[in-house]
Write a protein that binds this ligand. Structure first.
Ligand code: COA
Length: 258
């Protein structure tokens, strides 16, 4: 098992493995090494007979600020990128996955939730799909799954405007299961994971497979179509400007890019 210093993997309850994004000084922004660490933990958990449920969360009061933007500025050396490999693994797990969202869930921090079975969001959680604002196109099959669960108009609003939205909106949009009091998302998610871990594992896994079967092909192919566009966007002048603007703490200026 490859270990990443910013990924914590631990037993939270009998049959429940917690995978925690743990890079609080960067609001748990996910690096390439962290994606590799999560992929390993998810694969190991899915294969381990002792593990029945996996639980994703973030340390220090945030879920994640999304992909590390500094990594977006570097040349891509691996195809598909570890981020996309992570989404491919997450979307094809046999075992149920529960997520606990406190604070920020941005970009892939929101799109990954579409692949989780149960999502508990703190009342104080804030979600954002800022792809277009970063001159990027969306990933993670969000352009397929979000209109499906939220309706086209809601999906267009969230993906085109990229404004922040709250936990109640996330539930209404089909991104989250339920709202927990602030600071209680992990407790609510752990309680749910415990309940799932006590159930007959084969029936539970079959239910997950059957629930997702009809969409599996569309999800897999959408991830690939999206990433083709995303990869080209990532190295565009607009995106370079947007990434630089983020680190310079200013608004991007798209007026001079074509
Ligand atoms: N990639 C790289 N660094 C990030 C990051 C990311 N996704 N998110 C936050 N950071 C860094 C900040 O640059 C800052 O670094 P600094 O201390 O050297 O200035 C540090 O983490 C703390 O973030 P900061 O912006 O100061 O905290 P905040 O509470 O004011 O705002 C966020 C938190 C998450 C709202 C804000 O950081 C943000 O918008 N991040 C980018 C989200 C994003 O667009 N992700 C990409 C999605 S595709």
């Amino acid at each position: 098992l490859r270990m990443s210093e910013h990924i914590r993997v631990e037993n939270l309850a009998p049959g429940v493995v917690g995978i925690t994004l743990d890079r609080p000084d960067r609001k748990n922004a996910i690096t390439l090494a962290m994606y590799r660490g999560i992929i390993d933990a998810l694969r190991a958990g899915d294969a381990d007979r002792e593990v029945r449920v996996m639980l994703l969360s973030g340390a220090g009061g945030n879920f994640t600020s999304g992909n590390d933007i500094a990594d977006f500025q570097k040349p891509q050396l691996e195809f598909p990128s570890p981020g996309i490999q992570f989404l491919q693994v997450l979307s094809t797990l046999r075992k149920p996955i529960v997520a606990a969202v406190e604070g920020h869930a941005i970009g892939i921090g929101t799109t990954m939730l579409l692949h989780c079975d149960m999502v508990y969001a703190a009342a104080t959680a804030r979600f954002r799909l800022p792809f277009v604002n970063l001159a990027l196109s969306p990933e993670g099959a969000s352009t397929y799954l979000l209109p499906k669960v939220a309706g086209y108009k809601k999906a267009a609003q969230l993906l085109m405007l990229g404004d922040e939205f709250d936990a109640e909106t996330a539930v209404d949009a089909g991104i989250a299961t339920a709202v927990a009091p602030g600071g209680q998302a992990l407790a609510a998610a752990t309680e749910c994971a415990r309940a799932l871990a006590a159930k007959a594992p084969r029936a539970l896994q079959l239910t997950k497979m059957l629930l997702r079967r009809g969409d599996a092909e569309a999800v897999a192919s959408t991830i690939l179509v999206e990433i083709d566009h995303f990869s080209r966007c990532r190295t565009s002048d607009e995106a370079r400007e947007a990434f630089a603007a983020f680190f310079e703490k200013r608004a991007p200026d798209f007026s001079r890019t074509s």
